[in-house]
Design a binder for this molecule. Structure first.
Ligand code: PLP
Length: 284
């Protein structure tokens, strides 16, 4: 089945789908996006994703190109046309096409692009054995709560992780606290069995997976604190893990080459992952 993309009102073959060279997303990264999981043909946690998209648009004063009801139809149509049962749908909205000028154009029409692709099955080595992370300085702007397409610092940090044989890079703010990964939220479990993740301030993206896992932790009655934690605290944590739509929940077994706890995934991350997968399966 050949891939299909929705671009500004049209469903097009993926290979010929294109945007204008003066699209402000291309020239200024003036746009936002969402990645939503498709589970059994259904969209997982669609509401919080659409709420975050609306918030990102409002923060950047970009007008939504269509109603949420219409967007739901387009997303489903793209998923259907691509034959995706389990995968992701990608939604991107830019401020539109206009002659290059930093200030907002007087009248630009926002451009919506929607694509979808199948997801590879979870990497069982990562699920069972855990993953390595490195720490890097957080060189991003001060509005990381907006899911903007301006991802260059994340790209550079993820590349560094790759080159150092790690799965993810945890970004460290000027106070020595870990903000988040390049495309994941960061969590630790302290030696006294408290789960810690940074509060959703402007230093992190408030992950939809993060919100679902917070809910699970509260429901299951684990101790939880939302606060910043330092690199030193993470390195001396009992356990650590990361979350995102794409990887769900993966145990972190080393930070900068040093083992976290005994260097093996723990029962808690396994339990939380199972609960999250149950939550995902319930969407079908
Ligand atoms: N943090 C960053 C910087 C991200 O880019 C992402 C996802 O792309 C996340 C966290 C996790 O967010 P979600 O759980 O909504 O996928």
């Amino acid at each position: 089945m050949s891939r299909v993309a929705y671009v500004d009102g049209q469903y097009l073959p993926h290979r010929s789908a294109a945007v204008h060279i003066e699209d402000r997303g291309y020239q200024f990264a003036d746009g936002v996006y969402e990645v939503i999981a498709v589970v059994g043909g259904c969209l997982l946690d669609e509401e919080p994703h659409l709420a975050r998209l609306a918030r990102s648009l409002a923060e950047l004063r970009i007008t939504a190109p269509m109603s949420n009801a219409a967007l739901r139809v387009v997303m489903r149509e793209v998923v259907r046309r691509n034959g995706v049962r389990d995968g992701i749908v990608y939604v991107q909205i830019t401020r539109g096409v206009a002659p290059r000028d930093h200030a907002f154009p007087a009248s630009a029409r926002p451009i919506l692009v929607v694509t979808s692709r199948r997801r590879r099955p979870a990497d069982l080595r990562a699920v069972d054995g855990g993953v390595a992370v490195i720490t890097v300085p957080d060189i991003r702007w001060q509005r990381c709560d907006i899911k903007s397409v301006a991802l260059l610092p994340n790209v550079l940090a993820k590349q560094r992780a790759r080159e150092e044989g790690a799965f993810e890079a945890w970004q460290v703010d000027r106070d020595g606290k870990i903000s988040e990964g390049t495309s994941t939220n960061a969590w630790i479990v302290t030696p006294d069995a408290t789960v810690v993740t940074r509060q959703a301030d402007s230093a992190i993206l408030n992950g939809v997976t993060r919100l679902a896992v917070l809910e699970i932790i509260r429901r299951e009655g684990y101790n939880l604190i939302e606060r910043p934690f330092s690199v030193a605290e993470a390195k001396s944590a009992h356990k650590a893990f990361l979350t995102s739509t794409v990887v769900e929940l993966l145990p972190v077994v080393s930070i900068d080459g040093a083992p976290v706890g005994n260097g093996h995934p723990g029962a808690l991350s396994r339990k939380l992952r199972d609960c999250y997968l149950t939550h995902a399966a319930a969407t079908k």
